[in-house]
Design a binder for this molecule. Structure first.
Ligand code: SAM
Ligand code: SF4
Length: 462
């Protein structure tokens, strides 16, 4: 696979397998200074198996997470618009030869009404997801652009979707330009597996069977000036240490070629999928302990990149991973087209099963009880603080201050418009607590924003 040198990765996994404690300590010291780690240093941390030292890695990851991101956690919901697909990924329910699921591609009017249901819950950020095939007679890109427009056109009271991120099949530079123009935030594409032979085995048919085309898609997206990019590994397909170093090698390539790394990293683990034998027993199933280590090592290796956690994981695991580095979580998700209105359809057309079934309000409640500020903010994207501009802001820690202010404004909007009385009570207490921590001038600014929210204004940010 291009840019991913398997020999280098394999050699590092051997040479760093038994790194002494003094060297490991010096790596953690470097990480505490919020410095990006080298591939070699990440390999050394991934190789640690002593539970006491792993705890030390976790503590350092929590320190770094808190330093850069503060207490805020960004919330979003996936919106599956279609499960039609031309590929045959061995792990996915949407694969073309799976006859166990019903096929459905939502029309723009259905996409709009699904979005309204999400807006009514209080959601403000959507991740649009689909298989790699458009409804008959349509080009993929035209369908995607139509869908993004439909999402942005939905309105409930004064609430609209602020940011649509997209996880869809790779496109040409021209088509990526059209997608960018439709107003998307992040473009997400997971390589799934960086180990070449495994990639070929897992993707036997369709356009996705070419690993280099998929890897190059990230470069094409950058070339089309989409500078917020999300990448990821589907854990369970190959050895987790190799895969994490594969992902980090890909990031090195992005940094070298485009001067900016990914905006987010996703770390899905394979979940059981309807009619898909392999998903029940993945070849390299990752234990919970290994999974936590992966998240912590990623947090330390690329401190300024957001880490996303979906509802594939259980509430307990998700709550725990927030302290190790996760900065964005999905909430109250459905993985089937139309799933937000048709609860039965989830089993018949869903992509995989989920482990966190809490409502958005319940998730907000848990976050507040764990002293995390739920955030519905999309200010960076609105103010064009994306790509390199975002990284420049993020690095000195400036973003933490802005983010906390915006998180508090959007939390107040959520509490006033959508939350239960129980959550309102604890939410307002949280806002008061964090308000007191701000300096005088920020307090004055925030008071003004809050007065606007009280008078019905929505969607203001710093
Ligand atoms: N079809 C596009 C693609 O493959 O890139 C985008 C959407 S696909 C529905 C989104 C992601 O779902 C895939 O990239 C894959 O990582 C993940 N996925 C597929 N099957 C899964 C499973 N059984 N469990 C967990 N995640 C899965
Ligand atoms: Fe299609 Fe994506 Fe599922 Fe593969 S992972 S079968 S490309 S929807």
């Amino acid at each position: 696979m291009k840019y991913i040198d398997q020999n280098i990765i394999n050699n590092l996994l051997v040479s760093e397998a038994k790194t002494d404690t003094a060297k490991l300590d010096s790596i953690l010291d470097k990480a505490k200074l919020l410095k990006r780690l080298s591939l070699r240093e990440s390999a050394a941390l991934l190789s640690v198996s002593d539970p006491a030292y792993i705890q030390k890695i976790f503590n350092t990851a929590s320190f770094v997470k808190d330093k850069i991101y503060g207490r805020r956690v960004v919330l979003f919901a996936p919106l599956y618009i279609s499960n039609l697909c031309r590929n045959s990924c061995l792990y996915c329910a949407f694969k073309s030869d799976n006859v166990s699921i019903k096929r459905k591609a939502l029309a723009p009017s259905e996409i709009k009404s699904q979005t309204e249901l999400l807006l009514r819950q209080g959601q403000k950020r959507i991740l649009m997801v689909c298989g790699e095939a458009a409804p008959q007679g349509k080009e993929n890109i035209d369908y995607y652009v139509e869908a993004v427009r439909a999402i942005y056109s939905a309105e409930v009271g004064k609430n609209k979707i602020k940011r649509v991120n997209v996880n869809c099949a790779p496109l040409s530079v021209e088509d990526f330009k059209k997608l960018k123009k439709s107003g998307i935030g992040t473009y997400q594409l997971f390589q799934e597996v960086y180990h070449h032979e495994t990639y070929l085995r897992m993707h036997p048919k369709g356009p996705k069977s070419d690993p280099d085309n998929r890897l190059d898609a990230i470069d094409r997206a950058f070339t089309a000036k989409i500078d917020d990019i999300g990448i990821g590994v589907l854990y369970g397909l190959y050895d987790y240490k190799f895969e994490t170093l594969g992902l980090l090698s890909h990031i090195e390539h992005m940094e070298k070629s485009f001067n900016v790394g990914p905006h987010t990293i996703s770390v899905p683990r394979i979940e059981p999928a309807e009619g898909v034998e392999m998903s029940l027993n993945p070849p390299y199933k990752l234990s919970d302990e290994e999974f936590k280590k992966v998240v912590a090592v990623l947090r330390l290796s690329v401190p300024y990149t957001g880490i996303i956690m979906s509802t594939r994981e259980s509430p307990k695991m998700r709550d725990l991973l927030l302290s190790l580095g996760v900065s964005q979580i999905s909430a109250a998700s459905r993985t089937s087209p139309g799933g937000y209105s048709d609860l039965e359809r989830e089993d018949a057309t869903g992509q995989f099963s989920l482990n966190d079934h809490r409502s958005l309000d319940e998730i907000v409640e848990t976050l507040i009880n764990h002293d995390y500020i739920p955030s519905f903010c999309a200010a960076c994207y609105r103010k064009e603080r994306t790509g390199e501009a975002f990284m420049q802001l993020a690095k000195p820690g400036t973003i933490k201050g802005k983010c906390s202010m915006n998180a508090l404004i959007t939390l107040k909007e959520y509490l006033d418009d959508f939350s239960s009385d129980k959550v309102k009570a604890i939410g307002h207490k949280m806002i008061e607590r964090y308000f007191r921590e701000l300096d005088k001038s920020d307090q004055e600014r925030l008071k003004l924003f809050f007065a606007h929210v009280d008078s019905g204004v929505r969607d203001e940010y710093v």
